[in-house]
Design a protein around this ligand. Structure first.
Ligand SMILES: O=C(CO)COP(=O)(O)O
Length: 253
């Protein structure tokens, strides 16, 4: 059985008080009712990581992610946050290659490959994001586009390294637009990715790789998306900022 994961990407939202309140509400709401095999991950901003960590550290169900890390280990990179720094405050996962980082901060597949390496070297689990823009979807070349993102940033990894990676398929046209991919569209892309991973790493590893869906995932569509054979959970943006919506999504499994 593949690991099921629901991760909340808070992006650049929430003051400290708001983030702590949201975290406490989520902890309380999921206490008894969430399936044991669902891993819940919260990705607050860097400045809130340590405080959120102190709230979640006694629960086994909620884990901590950062939204990004530097491709460098240390040094004169003003404003950057390194993977060793994240590991040292108890972060377990790191989102790498979100489409907003690719678009607004010009992150390239090659740079993301270096971030993945440095995350793994520091025992952080990369949640590697991929996904196509609307024009790529419409010109029909989205399979090649998304598979190339995965190849260029991940396929240099050895089997044991790749086995630690979580993938998030987030079609850009569905992010924050309210226009989710249909369950058929999500399943099709997830199955393509799994097959492509299988060609490189073999069926065993491909079958164990969690592939999350992201893009306007909400309580009213999560059940249908999560029921797809190759959808192993979600990377949730807007709906992760409301405790009720986020926990309803978690309970959709
Ligand atoms: O980008 C996302 C998660 O990383 C998805 O955002 P929305 O759920 O707001 O569409």
């Amino acid at each position: 059985m593949r690991q099921k994961i629901v991760a909340g990407n808070w992006k650049m939202n929430n003051t400290l008080d708001e983030g702590l309140k949201l975290t406490s509400e989520i902890i309380n709401m999921i206490s008894d009712e969430v399936r044991g095999d669902v891993t819940v991950v919260l990705a607050p901003s860097f400045v809130h990581l340590t405080r959120v960590k102190s709230l979640i550290k006694d629960t086994k169900k909620v884990h901590l992610a950062a939204q990004n890390c530097s491709e460098h280990t240390s040094g004169a990179y003003t404003g950057e946050v390194s993977a060793p720094m994240l590991a040292s405050v108890g972060v377990e996962y790191v989102i790498i290659g979100h489409s907003e980082r690719r678009e607004y901060f010009n992150e390239t597949n090659e740079q993301l490959a270096r971030k993945v390496d440095i995350a793994l070297a520091n025992d952080l689990i990369p949640i590697f994001c991929c996904g196509e823009a609307l024009e790529v979807r419409e010109n029909g070349l989205y399979h090649e586009f998304v598979c190339n993102q995965v190849k260029d940033s991940l396929f240099h990894l050895h089997d044991d390294q790749f086995s630690k990676v979580v993938i998030a398929y987030e079609p850009i046209w569905a992010i924050g637009t309210g226009k989710t991919a249909s369950s058929d569209q999500a399943q099709e892309m997830h199955a393509t990715l799994r097959e492509y991973i299988g060609e490189r790493y073999g069926t065993d590893i491909a079958e164990k790789t969690p592939i999350l869906y992201g893009g306007s995932c909400k309580p009213d569509n999560a059940k249908e998306l999560f029921a797809c054979k190759d959808v192993d959970g979600g990377l949730i943006g807007g709906a992760s900022l409301k405790s009720r919506d986020f926990t309803d999504i978690i309970k959709s499994f």
